[in-house]
Write a protein that binds this ligand. Structure first.
Ligand SMILES: Nc1ncnc2c1ncn2[C@@H]1O[C@H](COP(=O)(O)OP(=O)(O)O)[C@@H](O)[C@H]1O
Ligand SMILES: [Mg+2]
Length: 507
């Protein structure tokens, strides 16, 4: 076999990309972050190809690193307009594959495939997010403001890691996070690479920047980001491609922490309050974030028609969920009443303050660090468009997210005595709401109609999600729906034209 020839600036990078496109047709749909599962790819077009500088050659730790923005078109079953998405890919090329391939951290399927003809015959192309030697080049670009082709790198100051090799975090979902953690703890950083990208500011960056400017200590400090102008998109709406933040090496995930505590209860049920102090502090942290977001970004008031329409949308989601998951049907009438109560409250004078919120808050999105709780991942619900995710919403939406999460943890632990699990969840709900209110933010329990509507909407969403993705878990939100269907809120507490605690002062 002849020695493979890597591309150089002189040869250009198009032949390598062209040779990789057929391999991507097979590889892309198998990625967790690939959105349009199950539908055949009808075309892949490179929108932008940028070589990220570094030593090239055939020695280990060198190789070609290309940043690609790929337009992927998928045919829909039954015809209709094809679905088009833009994906970000770091493409590595080296005859041996990723430099750590035979080490522990590189999954075999990071390899896209071997090129078998043309000028680069013999090169292996792969997802370079998994190549520590290549991702350090991306870090180097993030350490000072600069432009490289269509890519724009911005920094915020703060301590950046020295050129450290990156490793991919294990929690890969819809994005890929690369951790640079080779030096002092204060210099550790994590780069979240968005996989599916769209023109416009990603709320994860937008809210981190706003909270950073507000001096909030409730998020890991943002350090740098990069973005690109997409062809055919307005110049003023570059697509956010990645955000680098301080990596909290010693921090613990809220979900893991909560589960560990609840699991102790089988041995000692008297410790049923064992997480309540943490929940109180988490309530404070959440309220601090809400207060800072309300100070930094626009706040609006949802009036009668808007609240009614919100209740109607929730009811329609319930109807659709009952069709998708027939087991939910037996609670439909009672749950519809929950949303009717909200609409009635709107007719009776309920006005809601809407502001920027987290949008997808649960125990898996919070970390307990030495300095307290921090919130992560302000992207909102990935299934929604960027514009939808950036709309102001009632802050109670995030509160409902955490309350549902306590219920999930309690059910997931499968304690011998379910009553102990239910008490644990109830204690944490109360503690969280008390902590939230202790900051001076609105006490979520003062508007039971509203809170119940948001919890119900969330539980209904979970039923559909679990039925589709994790059928073993569907009993958790179904049990919550059963409970929400029988709990009475107190709609009578909202009297016509009496401002509720959720009512902001209107000018
Ligand atoms: N700044 C950080 N410090 C420590 N761990 C982090 C940090 N940011 C993210 N993580 C870890 O990575 C996981 C995924 O990050 P997240 O921003 O929620 O991305 P995703 O969109 O993939 O959910 C988190 O659940 C957390 O365990
Ligand atoms: Mg997350």
């Amino acid at each position: 076999m002849t020695t493979p020839v890597p591309p150089t600036p002189a040869t250009g990078y198009r032949p390598l990309v062209e040779a990789t496109l057929p391999l991507l047709r097979d590889w892309l749909p198998r990625r967790r972050w690939f959105a349009g599962k199950g539908h055949p790819i009808s075309a892949i077009t490179p929108l932008a190809v940028t070589a990220l500088p570094g030593p090239t050659g055939l020695a280990r730790g060198t190789g070609t690193l290309l940043h690609l923005l790929l337009r992927v078109e998928q045919r829909q079953p039954g015809g209709g307009a094809p679905v088009v998405d833009v994906y970000q890919l770091l493409l590595g090329a080296h005859p041996d594959g990723p430099s750590g391939l035979h080490g522990a951290d590189v999954p075999q399927d990071a390899v896209i495939g071997r090129i078998t003809s043309g000028p680069h015959d013999g090169l292996v192309t792969y997802d370079a997010a998994y190549d520590p030697a290549l991702t350090r080049r991306l870090l180097a670009l993030l350490t000072s403001p600069q432009r490289l082709g269509p890519l724009r790198f911005s920094t915020l100051g703060g301590r950046l890691p020295a050129a450290a090799p990156g490793r991919v975090g294990t929690a890969e979902q819809s994005n890929t996070s690369i951790i640079y953690d080779a030096g002092a703890p204060a210099e550790a950083a994590i780069l979240k690479l968005f996989r599916r990208v769209a023109p416009g500011l990603n709320p994860d960056l937008e809210l981190s920047l706003a909270l950073g400017r507000a001096g909030s200590s409730r998020i890991p400090a943002p350090l740098a980001w990069f973005e690109a102008e997409l062809p055919d998109a307005p110049q003023e709406a570059p697509a956010t491609l990645g955000v680098l933040t301080h990596f909290l090496r010693e921090a613990e995930d809220g979900w893991e922490l909560a589960l560990r505590q609840i699991q102790l209860l089988d041995a000692d049920p008297s410790r049923v309050g064992n997480f309540a102090a943490e929940s109180f502090l988490l309530g404070r942290a959440t309220a601090d974030v809400h207060l800072a977001l309300a100070r930094s970004l626009p706040v609006t008031v949802l009036r009668r028609a808007e609240v009614e329409s919100m209740a109607e949308t929730m009811a329609l989601r319930l109807d659709a969920a009952c069709l998708a998951v027939p087991a939910l049907g037996r609670h439909r009438d009672a749950l519809r009443q929950v949303f009717r109560d909200l609409a009635l409250a709107a007719r009776g004078g309920l006005r809601l303050r809407a502001q920027r919120v987290h949008g997808d808050l649960h125990l898996g999105q919070v970390l307990r660090s030495a300095r307290g709780w921090v919130l992560l991942d302000f992207e909102g619900e990935p299934a929604k468009t960027l514009d939808e995710r950036r709309l102001p919403q009632p802050a109670v939406r995030d509160v409902a997210g955490i309350l549902r999460s306590f219920d999930y943890a309690a059910a997931h632990a499968r304690l011998a005595d379910p009553a102990v699990a239910a008490t644990w969840a109830a204690r944490n709900r109360e503690a969280f709401c008390a902590g939230y209110a202790a900051t001076g933010a609105e006490d979520p329990t003062l508007d039971p109609v509203l809170l119940r509507a948001f919890e119900t909407d969330k539980a209904v969403y979970e039923v559909v999600y679990e039925a589709r993705h994790r059928p073993d878990w569907v009993s958790i939100p179904l049990a919550a729906c059963a409970r929400l269907a029988t709990t009475t809120a107190h709609p009578a507490a909202v009297t016509p034209d009496t401002p509720t605690r959720q009512t902001p002062t209107e000018a």
